[in-house]
Ligand binder design. Sequence first.
Ligand SMILES: NS(=O)(=O)c1ccc(B(O)O)cc1
Ligand SMILES: [Zn+2]
Length: 258
Amino acid sequence: PWGYDGDNGPDQWHKNYPIAKGRHQSPIEINNKEVHYDRSLLPWFASYDPCAAKTILNNGKTCRVVFDDSFDRSVLRGGPLPGVYRLRQLHFHWGSSDDHGSEHVVNGVRYAGELHLLHWNPKYSNYLDAVRRTDGIAVLAIFLQVGKTPKPEMKRILEEINAIKTKGKEAPFPNFDPSVLFPKSHDYWTYHGSFTTPPCEECITWIVLREPIIVSSDQMAKLRSLSKNAENEPDLPLVDNWRPTQPRYFRMVSASFL
Ligand SMILES: NS(=O)(=O)c1ccc(B(O)O)cc1
Ligand SMILES: [Zn+2]
């Protein structure tokens, strides 16, 4: 199966998932010189129900929190989006050390990690139908920057890590509103792209926040303490689960700020 190692890593994905060599792939480099300020872009809003949070799991590729998306309970709207999109899950990407780990890169800057909140367009009958549509999915991406005054709200997620150390482990994760993780500024870049993991469908409206959230080096180490294997297998650290940047081709990256 696909992964992030030499033999099954990002450069090989196209063999089983040809879309991985498409013209609208993610992540990408976001460079000020190529960004277009779009003053018609609206602010985005998240209205999340903390009771929609269900479980946290280690799927061997990332740490994911899953939400009830059986109705418009926790939604993202505004910004570049035509309507409301339902929150389905959040997950992280991180490196083997603090100097890299994010998927998007801003003016050459790699952050220690990246948080993705995945939402789907309820105009489609279900999530699997939405991933086949160019306006099917919206991902809110938030950079993780290592600093001395970490965001206390990150603690809640990292405290659960001990319960999901190995692949396949899942634990209840009730009563959590992920908007507590948002940075102060809602400034964002937006462009059309893809899942950053196979099957790499090109169905995502990306909303990448300019302001990172601060996490501590210990918190990043906590994420790196997850194992990519199950408990009865050798303990291989789950690190460097990020895809390198992909060609932008003829895509416009719009900014909501000057
Ligand atoms: N990294 S990403 O947000 O593009 C993403 C989201 C979901 C899935 B998935 O549920 O397979 C894969 C990648
Ligand atoms: Zn992701």
